[in-house]
Design a protein around this ligand. Structure first.
Ligand code: SAM
Length: 269
């Protein structure tokens, strides 16, 4: 498919506004048109700079691997994963963002190596396919049921596979420099829960940054504790708000899942 010509392309970009990803789309004459040059949140050329933080931690060659981008928005990372050779599934629950991704795909991924699908993160409970690499970037704090989503995702990461999670966080001390939390908190030791290093989820009743879809701010200790409890080993903080979590090669269902997730998924009574 040829890239759309410049005036038509700009018009189609405008029709799908507002954009969150600033994609640089070929205009067919050797130039590029940016989809979101003035980011509404003042994020600059987003997510190019955010991808630069992630990029060195992703294998340069993803050929033969299956990748999943959850909350893919207009597809910036999904196209980048396909560029490295992965077979990519990219999901988002918002059809407008997927329409943006499909417009971008005409020029950035004409061979359609990325499969875009409208789906909710919770729909992953009903799926069977597992992935070597999963991106879950900028979505966690938007969720009303964050642990259900993380458990659904953990099921879709292959044994030995990797999850990359990025989230806006609540302030908190660096878990790497904090005292360990004991395996068992005594019934009357609740004072420990008020200590700054105790994992914390702040619940946002109304709005965060003017956005009523922001429900929880995890602090870094909570991100890491929750990832471990989802069954990942090697939970590594790569940057301030970006983590890599590896699933063990021999992954079993976590001890606390006695069929609960299957029942939520309607798989057994
Ligand atoms: C802040 S944007 C992040 C986009 C992209 N992942 C990034 O990091 O640049 C959040 C994205 O997650 C999507 N999203 C929010 N809740 C979702 C859900 N429950 N299931 C699937 N996608 C969701 C939104 O539509 C939006 O595209």
């Amino acid at each position: 498919m040829n890239p759309p010509d410049m005036p038509e392309l700009q018009q189609r970009i405008d029709e799908l506004a507002p954009w969150f990803h600033n994609l640089h789309l070929p205009d067919g004459t050797g130039g590029r048109v940016q989809t979101c040059p003035d980011h509404p949140l003042g994020l600059g050329d987003f997510p190019a700079w955010k991808f630069e933080e992630l990029s060195p931690h992703l294998p340069a060659d993803l050929a033969g691997l299956a990748a999943l981008d959850i909350g893919c928005n207009a597809g910036y990372y999904a196209f980048a994963l396909a560029e490295r050779g992965a077979r990519v599934t990219a999901i988002d629950h918002d059809p407008r963002y997927l329409a943006q991704a499909r417009l971008a795909q005409e020029s950035l991924d004409p061979r359609q190596r990325v499969r875009f699908e409208q789906a909710d993160v919770y729909d992953l409970l009903h799926r069977e396919q597992a992935f070597d690499v999963v991106l879950f970037l900028g979505v966690l704090y938007h969720l009303r049921y964050p642990l259900l989503a993380l458990d659904a995702i953990a099921r879709r990461v292959k044994p030995g596979g990797t999850l990359f999670l990025q989230t806006l966080t609540a302030p908190g001390p660096d878990p790497a420099r904090s005292p360990a939390i004991p395996d068992d908190v005594g019934l009357n030791d609740r004072e420990l829960m008020t200590q700054p290093h105790f994992p914390r989820l702040a619940f946002i009743e109304h709005r965060w940054a003017g956005d009523p879809t922001n429900w929880f701010a995890f602090d870094a200790a909570a991100v890491e504790a929750v990832l471990r409890s989802c069954g990942y080993e090697q939970v590594e903080r790569l940057t301030d708000e970006l983590w890599r979590a590896r699933k063990p090669g021999e992954a079993e269902a976590p001890w606390w899942d006695r069929g609960t997730l299957d029942r939520i998924a309607g798989k057994r009574g």
